[in-house]
Design a protein around this ligand. Structure first.
Ligand SMILES: Cc1ncc(COP(=O)(O)O)c(C=O)c1O
Length: 440
């Protein structure tokens, strides 16, 4: 008998109409997913009536938690007036103006409906602007589901090659031609990465980088890695495309401001939609001109039925206005407290472990090998079991933590929520040996 019988029942229905009963692999888990009933502030309640503090925030997209009253009011008012039109609307100008005022590298913006789309259009824009076919990306970094951006997302020692990282397919059926157009570089290894980038400059439109890739370990880029990217751009004209779908929250102007970096193009998503589906490409006016439809032949035509729909636009504007510099600083301090507390808890029980992340994001690692990139982050089988035990324990005791140990904070949180998280984490460590054996 499942601990969550109503979720189990729903999953039975789901299996009849969706492959594996699932439409989003991140929410899938054995023996069945959690089914949400409602969320309020930093709490989420599942259909089995269990309330948890939400440290996942719909995979780092709900910076103000659930059902923020200002977002509800803005969306409610917009819904009364219609949700999507075959016309442009003032709401898209409002959000574009807000975003362009936030970061110096955002001269112009185009909206789409997901972070995956944003990355796809940023890469297409880089190709259209430079006339070059290839893109470079870092091994192990997740950028959504565009074929080119997926390359080498889950390379393993068996596939990643001996010397330079090999381009490895993520999804079955990925054409060889896609792999041939993607140059894979190691994250945070500036010498090796620079050599690879320079070997391909004739064909490289851009390098796609997440400055703190969450699947790659939530390890911040080192300053010398970023300096290398700037140097190669300067020398070769290769564009820098940043994926700030998650990292925008790290500073008012996004993570790029922490490195004094101005990206040529930045892919945005998640928090800029205020809880609704969204993506955007922002960048220099010169590069963004490829989207300009005033030309006889637009270099990169870009359309989408729900692009800049006014519901997303008003929700996003409300959420972004609420994400002030002060709130980012306050969340950063809470993040520091969580990181320090998690590391101290592991140390106090003599457990090998460490914490990565910055600002309102942190990731729990259950080994103490030096962390610099995707390869160094990978876990052994027994370590995977320990992490699964900790996550399972915390989910059973009132905390929704993602399966990789990546946690994000939301503005409804304060010291009390971090203290409660740390108490539960300590209990989880004490219970880990049992938990690794436990079945749902
Ligand atoms: C860094 C990064 N880029 C892109 C994406 C894709 O965004 P979406 O899920 O909205 O397509 C994600 C999603 O988790 C992400 O974390």
């Amino acid at each position: 008998m499942s601990k969550r019988p109503i979720s189990a029942e729903l999953y039975e229905r789901a299996k009849a109409v969706m492959p594996g009963g699932n439409t989003r692999v991140t929410v899938y888990m054995k023996p069945h997913p959690y089914y949400a009933d409602h969320g309020q502030g930093c709490r989420i309640t599942d259909v089995d009536g269990i309330e948890r503090l939400d440290f996942t925030n719909n995979y780092n997209s709900l910076i103000h938690g659930h059902a923020h009253p200002d977002v509800i009011a803005a969306v409610g008012a917009q819904l009364q007036r219609g949700s999507a039109f075959p016309m442009a609307s003032e709401t898209e100008i409002d959000l574009a103006e807000h975003l362009c005022a936030r970061a110096p590298s955002f001269n112009h913006v185009r909206f789409c409906n997901s972070g995956s789309e944003a990355v796809m259009f940023a890469l297409k824009a880089a190709r259209a602007h430079t006339g070059k076919p290839k893109i470079a990306k870092c091994e192990g970094s997740y950028h959504g589901s565009y074929d080119f951006a997926e390359v080498s997302l889950d390379s393993t020692p068996a596939t990643w090659g001996n010397a330079e990282p090999k381009s490895v397919a993520y999804a079955s059926g990925t054409p060889q031609s896609v792999l041939d157009e993607v140059v894979v570089i190691p994250f945070n290894k500036p010498k090796e990465a620079e050599r690879i980038l320079r070997a391909h400059t004739k064909e490289l439109a851009c390098v796609l980088v997440d400055l703190m890739p969450n699947r790659g370990g939530l390890i911040p880029a080192t300053p010398d890695f970023v300096e290398m990217l700037k140097r190669v751009r300067e020398d070769t004209g290769m564009l820098i495309v940043l994926d700030e779908v998650i990292t925008l929250r790290l500073a008012y102007e996004g993570a790029q401001s922490l490195y004094d970096l101005r990206a040529d193009l930045t892919a945005l998503g998640k928090i800029i939609g205020g809880g609704f589906p969204v993506g955007a490409v922002a960048g220099s006016a010169a590069v963004m001109a490829v989207f300009d439809p005033r030309q006889d032949k637009t270099p990169l035509p870009h359309s989408g039925t729900f692009n800049a729909n006014p519901v997303t636009m008003v929700a996003g504007l409300t959420a972004m206005r609420l994400l002030t510099r002060d709130e980012i600083t306050r969340l950063g301090k809470l993040g520091d407290k969580a990181r320090t507390g998690v590391a101290a808890a592991m140390k106090s029980v003599g457990m090998a472990g460490q914490v990565t992340g910055l600002g309102s994001l942190f990731r729990i690692h259950v080994h103490d090998r030096p962390l610099s990139d995707y390869r160094s982050m990978l876990m052994m089988a027994d370590e995977k079991a320990i992490l699964a035990g900790i996550v399972g324990y915390m989910r059973d005791h009132g905390f929704f933590v993602n399966e990789r140990g990546v946690c994000s904070l939301s503005t409804p949180m304060g010291d009390a929520e971090i203290d409660a998280f740390l108490d539960c984490f300590k209990d989880a460590l004490a219970a880990v040996p049992d938990q690794t054996q436990a079945a749902d």
